[in-house]
Write a protein that binds this ligand. Structure first.
Ligand code: ADP
Length: 335
């Protein structure tokens, strides 16, 4: 659905070149929820805005659904943009217009539907995002989560193939964030829409994305299926995001480990293995004892996973490690 071929972007600010995106190749498949994560200034917004040419690339080619959009003229670009919806951190609603009028705006600009058809489509959209009955309110009368739902309804008005989300939940509290992400996941499933979202929170990636790309200093430094990148991060930037999400301070953890004896292992369970009674079986067979140093059971999108850091003492520790290696778990020996 989305292909970047050697795409790069340099801004020119008072006679100086500011590189924002280094030469980047990227492929996003149709129907995926694709997350871009990175710290502020990493180049996420630039990459996102290149997809609908809100930013012009300084070099390279961008192909969307088979069409080279870097070659489009103004007319072609207007038509193309109807296929790409966008939502924003601060919602970008018009405060002087009602909810219904905000959602109707892209349809009025497109000029293809009559008044009655627009009203019907707006009703459908508001019902889809759970806001039936709020049509005549003004943005100031809505909560943050409701405002973002209006933003989503407006973005979907022209039946786009792609939805771009620019830090769409960063201004919302955790519970509202979860509800808005759930709505995005439903829309992705039901409409088969391709979603590209940018965030600085690993939790957002973990909840809704299929694939993730980690950005640092204008480059994609790591990319892959969320479970792989999240559970086995390779790049330092990715590791920091994962630790942040788990509220782990690495130096504190090192101090904690210094006070325990035995071998230290981290086990990662995914899918069905998360619920298998492996620890008890291995303890009985090898006579080892465990102390649990850290642990978490959670979900990556729909897949359960568990991660446990254990200190092993007594018994036959080496054969316990062998048993874990042979089982359906990922094992790291930390000490
Ligand atoms: P992110 O979304 O990850 O915070 P951005 O894409 O906004 O990163 O920014 C990447 C780099 O490009 C930063 O150094 C930023 O200062 C610069 N930049 C972004 N937009 C502009 C602009 N319109 N003009 C000049 N520099 C910009």
């Amino acid at each position: 659905m989305i292909e970047f071929h050697h795409v790069q972007k340099t801004y020119r600010v008072s006679g100086r070149d500011v590189p924002a995106l280094q030469s980047t190749d990227l492929r996003i498949e149709q129907g995926q929820v694709f997350g871009l994560i990175g710290h502020s200034g990493a180049g996420k917004s630039t990459l996102l805005r290149l997809i609908n040419r809100l930013e012009e690339p300084s070099g390279g080619r961008i192909v969307i659904d088979g069409e080279d959009i870097t070659a489009l003229d103004a007319d072609g670009l207007r038509r193309f943009r109807r296929q790409v919806g966008m939502i924003f951190q601060h919602f970008n609603l018009l405060s002087s217009k009602t909810v219904a009028a905000n959602v109707a705006m892209p349809l009025e600009l497109a000029g293809e539907l009559g008044r009655a058809e627009i009203r019907q489509r707006v009703d459908e959209l508001l019902s889809r995002v759970g806001l039936s009955g709020h049509a005549d309110k003004y943005p100031a009368q809505l909560s943050g989560g409701q405002k973002q739902r209006v933003g989503i309804a407006r973005a979907l008005a022209t039946r786009p193939k792609i939805l771009l989300c620019d830090e769409a939940t960063s201004a919302l509290d955790p519970q509202t964030t979860a509800q808005v992400l759930q709505l995005l996941a439903e829309i992705n499933r039901e409409l088969g829409l391709t979603i590209v979202l940018i965030t600085h929170e690993m939790d957002v990636i973990r909840r809704v994305c299929d694939q993730v790309a980690v950005m640092d200093d204008g480059r994609i430094v790591e990319q892959g299926p969320v479970a792989r990148v999240f559970l086995h991060p390779q790049h330092g930037t990715t590791r920091r995001f994962v630790l942040e999400d788990e509220h782990i301070d690495e130096s504190e953890q090192r101090d904690d480990f210094a006070n325990v004896s035995g071998r230290i292992l981290r086990l990662t369970f995914q899918g069905e293995a998360t619920y298998a009674p492996l620890l008890g079986t291995v303890a009985r067979e090898t006579g080892v004892d465990y102390s649990i140093l850290a642990g978490r059971i959670d979900r990556i999108k729909d897949t359960p996973y568990g991660q446990l850091t254990l200190a092993l003492t007594g018994g036959d520790v080496e054969s316990a490690i062998g048993r874990f290696r042979a089982a359906d778990v990922h094992l790291e020996v930390l000490r």
